[in-house]
Write a protein that binds this ligand. Structure first.
Ligand code: FES
Length: 138
């Protein structure tokens, strides 16, 4: 082996050995655990919740995405992507739940994976409506 090849290999190995553990850790999967014991209400008469008044509107509360999918029909899912844990949002134009990190797409009806790398569906929660109040439960 020539001297310059030896030095190249040595520096390459040292460079790899000097990568801090925190950097390597950041490449590992984040928390993808959906919230459990969900039980909260959303008052539709409160201006902070106005996004839910129109079909296609959504909001995120308690790590749960609540979507007004069609007139008077609301669906709720964990907002934690099952791939690497990014927070999902709702795209009313494509009518899909979208993950901004790697393009995962989920059904706003069932939470099932439509496309992309997520390995499993979003956890779905029940939504009941009484007057202006939505109750979201596990
Ligand atoms: S974290 Fe959602 S697609 Fe990767």
């Amino acid at each position: 082996m020539e001297r310059k090849d030896f030095l190249k290999k040595t520096f390459a190995m040292c460079g790899l050995a000097m990568i801090p553990a925190a950097v390597l850790e950041s490449c590992s999967k984040s928390n993808t655990t959906a919230p459990s014991n969900v039980n909260f209400t959303i008052d539709l008469s409160v201006s902070a919740n106005a996004a839910l008044l129109n079909v296609g509107g959504y909001l995120v509360s308690n790590s749960v995405i609540v979507i007004h999918v069609s007139s008077g029909i609301y669906n709720a899912f964990s907002d934690i992507c099952t791939h690497e844990g990014c927070s999902v949002g709702y795209n009313a134009t494509s009518a899909q739940i979208s993950c901004p990190c790697h393009g995962g797409q989920f059904s706003p009806q069932t939470g099932a994976v439509i496309s992309g790398p997520p390995p499993s569906a979003l956890k779905q929660y029940t939504v009941t409506q009484s007057g202006n109040v939505l109750t979201i439960k596990s």
